[in-house]
Design a protein around this ligand. Structure first.
Ligand SMILES: [Cu+2]
Length: 236
């Protein structure tokens, strides 16, 4: 009995009973030309939430790096979207010759790391799973999304819409999807259970509609409209 347990444990630690989960995403009904003309299907997050007894082990694998980076460059966050597991410290280096700020007032995680000068960086640790929309209090056009997943088994689609989650331990999972320009209802319908064994799993193509999406202006960190440029000494 002890030997059987040891073999099972070793298999998990060494990743013997693990496989890749792959698939692709298609975006439809988009108003963005890079999507409907350029067929750029990047930026969709796909992740696997373990179901059942493997959950704790799969959520806390040894040696997993818990840092990530989102640059501030040319008055943009680069990349616009990242996905990280819970507990990750995300650094926001300021690569511009001007001051920037990073804040979020959305439910995923509320924070404000203040104004900081060119060539410096500040970090935030994301301790709760959820979708965190990130802004700069000076530049209203700056926005980004950080998807904090409960599980480490996630991927973000490339420009072709392809994703691949490597080394997923054999178990049953709930596949979940996030796309910035899709409704919660649309994303909810894409959820499905996935059983992972010793061979790769191919997920049937995921079609995500952007129809009905409207980008709304956000407020500054005080919950108010951004002052117009030039007003009260505001320069951007
Ligand atoms: Cu800024």
């Amino acid at each position: 009995m002890i030997w059987r347990w040891l073999i099972c444990f070793s298999s998990f630690v060494l990743g013997a009973n693990a496989a890749a989960v792959k698939g692709s995403v298609v975006l439809t009904g988009s108003r963005e030309s890079r999507v409907h003309r350029g067929h750029d299907f990047s930026g969709v997050v796909v992740w696997l939430e373990p179901l059942g007894r493997i959950q704790n082990a799969a959520d806390s694998p040894p040696g997993h790096p818990k840092t990530a980076e989102m640059l501030q460059k040319h008055k943009m966050f680069v990349p616009h979207l990242i996905a990280v597991p819970v507990g990750t410290a995300v650094a926001f280096p300021n690569s511009d010759p001007i001051f920037h700020n990073v804040f979020s007032s959305f439910s995923g995680q509320v924070f404000d790391i203040g104004l900081y000068p060119p060539g410096t960086s500040k970090s935030v640790v994301f301790r709760r799973p959820g979708v965190v929309r990130v802004f700069c209090n000076i530049h209203p056009a700056m926005s980004a999304v950080i998807v904090v997943t409960r599980s480490r088994y996630f991927a973000v689609t490339d420009s072709h819409g392809n994703f691949a989650i490597a080394d997923v331990p054999a178990a049953d999972y709930l596949l979940q999807v996030f796309h910035e320009r899709a409704s919660e209802e649309t994303l909810g319908e894409l959820q499905r259970e996935v059983s992972v064994g010793e061979t790769s799993v191919a997920i049937p193509e995921l079609s995500i509609s952007e129809s009905g999406y409207l980008a709304l202006p956000h407020k500054n960190k005080y919950g108010k409209d951004y002052p117009p440029e030039g007003y009260a000494g505001v320069t951007r």
